[in-house]
Design a protein around this ligand. Structure first.
Ligand SMILES: C[S@@+](CC[C@H](N)C(=O)[O-])C[C@H]1O[C@@H](n2cnc3c(N)ncnc32)[C@H](O)[C@@H]1O
Length: 272
């Protein structure tokens, strides 16, 4: 009897059982708390807007999309001198392997260099509502044997982009043409990764020297008003371009800090 008793494990007492279950419960609560603290913060997408075609938005009259019949103007040889597009391109800070989008790509003045810069491991979604523009872009890409471009025929209220994929989305001289700005911004926001940005180039409305029709220009204040209303924050800007504003917006729930825009008056004085 005695010998058997020595080999048998003693059964836990009621107190030990209670302590053990407290320990397990405590561990579970800790695990739950820490997992919610350290997991990626959840995306907070606002509801999809229901929007009809607009003539104006927040006090701005919207422009008509530029026809594909004028596409040759987009690839005019003097464009780089006039707009310093090469410097804007540097400011995009593209790198190998990035997934990017040229929204309102036209015949691809920006798409082709973007595709070269992100390389074989990267990808460019080139979106336009005019199939003629996409065909012209395809011809140019084929000539240069560029293969990492996916052409997307967008709708006027939907760029048809994948969710949570885009590291940088470029819009050059396009945004002011959107007839459904809220729907477009909603879809653009949804397409961005956590640290993804929109790079917006628009001709400066505040600058009478910029030789572009008024409806195709935008002021910094107006841009801020429209982007902040639709879930974006300004995270960077580049103010040394001859004709355009270049502003970078992230989702308002991105970890990147917001900045205040430099007033345009100061920008113009600095440029002189
Ligand atoms: C002035 S062009 C600029 C083209 C190009 N970004 C460039 O800088 O050479 C504007 C382009 O935006 C396109 N566009 C207008 N609204 C659009 C929309 N909702 N979705 C996609 N593209 C759009 C037009 O079809 C046109 O090709």
């Amino acid at each position: 009897m005695h010998g058997e008793g020595r080999n048998r494990k003693s059964r836990p007492s009621g107190d030990q059982c209670r302590n053990l279950s407290r320990l397990v419960a405590g561990y579970l609560v800790f695990a739950l708390l820490t997992s919610s603290l350290f997991a990626d913060s959840p995306r907070t997408d606002p509801p999809k807007p229901v929007e009809k075609s607009r003539r104006s938005y927040l006090g701005r009259v919207l422009a008509q999309p530029m026809s594909h019949l004028g596409a040759s103007w987009l690839v005019r040889p003097e464009r780089d001198d006039e707009e310093n597009a090469s410097e804007s391109f540097v400011q995009l800070k593209l790198a190998d392997g990035m997934t990017v989008c040229d929204l309102g790509c036209g015949n691809g003045y920006w798409t082709l260099p973007m595709a070269r810069k992100v390389g074989k491991e990267g990808k460019v979604y080139a979106v336009d509502i005019q199939p003629e523009m996409l065909r012209k872009l395809q011809v140019r890409a084929d000539k240069e044997k560029i293969k990492n471009i996916e052409l997307v025929r967008g709708d006027i209220d939907d760029p048809r982009l994948p969710e949570n994929q885009i590291d940088l989305l470029l819009m050059v001289d396009v945004y002011h043409e959107f007839s459904h700005p809220e729907s477009m911004l909603w879809a653009i926001r949804r397409s961005l990764t956590e640290n993804g940005v929109v790079a917006l180039l628009e001709y400066r409305e505040e600058d009478p020297e910029v030789p572009i029709k008024p409806l195709h220009k935008m002021s910094k204040n107006q841009i801020m008003k429209e982007y902040q209303k639709n879930g974006f924050k300004l995270v960077r800007e580049y103010n040394q371009l001859p004709w355009q504003h270049l502003m970078f917006f992230a989702r308002d729930d991105s970890p990147t800090d917001a900045i205040e825009p430099v007033p345009t008056q100061q920008v113009l004085e600095d440029l002189e």
